[in-house]
Design a protein around this ligand. Sequence first.
Ligand code: SF4
Length: 204
Amino acid sequence: MYCPRRFGLLELNQDWAENAFVVKANIMHERVHSGMHERYSKEKIELSSVSLYHDGLDLYGVADCVEFIRNKTGAYIEQLGDNFNVNIVEYKPRRPASGTVNETDAIQVFAQKLCADHIWKCKSAGYVYYGDAHRRVKLDFNEEYDKYYSLLQKLIFEMNNVLESGKIPDRIKGQKCSGCSMKNVCIPQNKKYTVRDLVKEECV
Ligand code: SF4
């Protein structure tokens, strides 16, 4: 959703590059996925690195954290032998400058929610946890379910088209690239060279 060209570079070319934002996010996720946040108590079970999937939508991913809150009216989770409310928690290193949750983050959590609902036959809630502010924000998927569902379907369709075509999409006009770690991989490949440009570069 952030950039179709970036998706093509990652998935078709297997390109990868890191910048400070990526490194910061990696450190945070390493900590989360190390299991040090896993907790078991009477009221709540918190698991990290939870594999999620949805057969119908052909989705697979690994959630940062899934919380199971014991509740008699919640869904019966066979593997845990009790009824629970289910919360998906996605970790992000910093709050967006806009003050509201980025739509790219929200759609990521929504995809995880659909997977969790599919696996545990529940109605899970979604949160984004911001490391810099030490606070979490609840996403209102009940109000905006249809909007997110059609957006996710559109994105899955577009991603499948890129994968099937085998062609890396061109840069979209107006694409914001300043925070993108792939800039050095992406932009030279998109630049048109003339023989004169190449000779000039060789001479510098
Ligand atoms: S540099 Fe810009 S166009 Fe290229 S992958 Fe990154 S965001 Fe997309």
